[in-house]
Design a protein around this ligand. Structure first.
Ligand code: XMP
Length: 430
C-alpha cells in the first residue's frame, strides 16, 4: 500500500462514514471495520497509522453493548475514542462537530502522511487485483453505468485481456448508450468485450405486461439468464468483477446497523456458477468513484451521468411496452438531455427524464385531427432520492424542448411538465 491508513472501528456509530470522509478530506486514507476485528486482521492491513473507536447510538446490539477485543489495546497504534468511554485509549471525544481534534490526532499523534489520492489508490488496487487474480480470468457485467464502467477501466489497466466484459443490451437503453459502451471499451480501451443484443428477447417477454413490479422482475430475471448463458459459453473464468461501492455495503447492513436494502450488482446467479469476487471500488464513495473514473481516462459523460434505473426506459414507457412508445421515450429523452446540456442544466439538476403514458389525447397536425401520445418531462433535485423537489426550469428552455419534441418525435402531439415533489409522488412513474 502506498497510502497511510486510519482505521475506524464501528462501535455503533451512525457517523462512521462522516468520520471516514472527514479524514479522507484531509488527504489521508481511512477505512471502516467491524468492532470485533482481531489483532491479526488489523495488522494485516498495511500502513495502519492509528485507530478510532467510534461509538454511538447503535452500540447496544441484542441487549448488549458491543466492545472491541481487549487485545487491541496491547498493539502499538495510537488510538482515540469518539462517543465511546474507554480509559485504555488516548483521547476521548464526546462527539465529532470539532474537526481540529481529529486533524491533530491524524497528523500529530498518528504522524500520517496526506498521501491519499486517486493515482495512489489506483496503483494500489492494480497491485491487489494482480496478486488476487494471477494469470486467471475475470468476468464483468458491463452495463455502462458509472460503477461498472469504472471497475472495467480499472481491471483493463490491471489485467488487460484476462478481463472478459459482457454488455447486455436489453433494448431499454437510452439513445446511443450501448453504442457508446462498445466505442469506449472495445474501440478505445481495447477490452475483451462481448456485446449481446438481447432487445428482441426482452421486448418479447415484456409484451402485454403492464404491472410495474412484474416488468421489473422480468427485466431483472432475463438479464441474469442472458448473462448466465454467456458465462457458460466461456471457459476458465474464476472471478466475477463487481462494481460494489461503499454505500452498497453500508446499505446491506453492518454488525451494528440494520440492513436498508439488500444489494446485488449481479444478484441471483445460479449456485453452480461459483466465482470469487473482485471488488476494487468497495471502499469508495460515489464522488470518489467518479474521480477514479476520470483518473482512469473515462469520458466525462460516462463518469458524470445521472442515475438511471436498472430496468431502464422499461419503467418510463408506462404500462405495457410498445415499440412506438418506447421509441418516443428514447427520442424525447435524447432531446431533453441535449437541451439540458445546452442550457447548462445537466450540471445542476440531479435527475431528468421523460415518460410516455399509455393513453392518447386529441390534437391537430397539418389541419387534421390526430389522436396521439404525450411526453411528460420530469426534472428533480434531491440529496438521497428519498425526497425530491421539482427544478424550476426556465420557460424558454421548456418551450424549446417542447417545440423539438413535437417536431422530431413521432406519434406525439402533447408535452407536459411534472410539477409534483416526492412525496407524495415518487421520482419515477412506475
Ligand atoms: P423513486 O421512483 O423510488 O426513485 O422515487 C428513487 C431513485 O431510484 C431510482 N430507481 C431505480 N433504480 N432500479 C434501479 O436501479 C429500479 O428498479 C429503480 N426504480 C427507481 C430512480 O431512478 C431514482 O433515482
Amino acid at each position: 500500500m502506498r497510502q497511510d491508513v486510519i482505521v475506524i472501528l464501528d462501535l455503533g456509530s451512525t457517523q462512521n462514514t462522516v468520520v471516514a470522509r472527514e479524514i479522507r478530506s484531509l488527504g489521508v486514507y481511512s477505512e471502516i471495520h467491524p468492532h470485533d476485528i482481531t489483532p491479526e486482521e488489523l495488522r494485516a492491513i498495511s500502513n495502519v497509522k492509528g485507530v478510532i473507536l467510534n461509538g454511538g447510538e447503535n452500540r447496544i446490539v441484542d441487549g448488549e453493548a458491543v466492545e472491541v477485543r481487549p487485545e487491541l489495546y496491547d498493539l502499538d497504534y495510537p488510538m482515540i475514542s469518539i462517543d465511546y468511554p474507554q480509559s485504555k485509549c488516548g483521547t476521548q471525544l464526546a462527539g465529532l462537530p470539532d474537526s481540529e481534534q481529529l486533524k491533530k490526532f491524524v497528523f500529530e499523534d498518528c504522524k500520517a502522511q496526506a498521501n491519499w489520492n486517486m493515482k495512489n489508490f489506483i496503483e494500489d488496487q492494480i497491485e491487489l487485483i494482480r496478486s488476487q487474480v494471477g494469470g486467471r480470468k475475470v468476468l464483468l457485467a458491463l452495463s455502462g453505468g458509472v460503477d461498472s464502467s469504472v471497475v472495467a477501466a480499472m481491471l483493463i489497466k490491471a489485467i488487460g485481456q484476462q478481463l472478459v466484459c459482457v454488455h447486455v443490451n436489453h433494448g431499454l437503453m437510452r439513445k446511443n448508450e450501448s453504442e457508446s459502451v462498445v466505442k469506449v471499451f472495445r474501440d478505445e480501451l481495447h477490452a475483451n468485450l462481448i456485446y449481446v443484443d438481447a432487445s428482441e428477447r426482452f421486448l418479447g417477454k415484456l409484451e402485454h405486461v403492464s404491472d410495474p413490479e412484474q416488468k421489473r422482475k422480468i427485466i431483472g430475471g432475463e438479464f441474469i439468464r442472458v448473462f448466465e448463458e454467456e458465462a457458460r459459453k466461456l471457459e476458465g473464468i474464476d472471478f466475477l468483477g463487481q462494481g460494489t461501492i461503499y454505500p452498497d455495503i453500508i446499505e446491506s447492513g453492518t454488525k451494528t446497523a440494520k440492513m436498508v436494502k439488500s444489494h446485488h450488482n449481479v444478484g441471483g446467479l445460479p449456485e453452480d456458477l461459483q466465482f470469487e469476487l473482485v471488488e476494487p471500488l468497495k471502499q469508495l464513495f460515489k464522488d470518489e468513484v467518479r474521480a477514479c473514473g476520470v483518473e482512469l481516462g473515462l469520458p466525462h459523460d460516462m463518469v458524470y451521468r445521472q442515475p438511471f434505473p436498472g430496468p431502464g426506459l422499461g419503467v418510463r414507457c408506462l404500462g405495457a411496452i410498445t415499440r412506438e412508445r418506447l421509441e418516443a421515450v428514447r427520442e424525447s429523452d435524447a432531446i431533453l438531455r441535449e437541451e439540458f446540456a445546452r442550457a447548462g442544466l445537466d450540471k445542476k439538476v440531479w435527475q431528468y427524464f421523460t415518460v410516455v403514458p399509455d393513453f392518447k389525447s386529441v390534437g391537430m397536425k397539418n389541419n387534421a385531427r390526430v389522436f396521439e401520445y404525450m411526453v411528460i418531462i420530469r426534472a428533480i433535485n434531491t440529496v438521497d432520492a428519498m425526497t425530491a423537489t421539482v427544478e424550476k426550469v426556465d420557460w424558454d428552455v421548456l418551450e424549446r424542448i417542447t417545440e423539438r419534441i413535437l417536431a422530431e418525435v413521432e406519434n406525439v402531439n402533447r408535452v407536459c411538465y411534472d410539477m409534483s415533489p416526492k412525496p407524495p409522488a415518487t421520482i419515477e412513474f412506475e
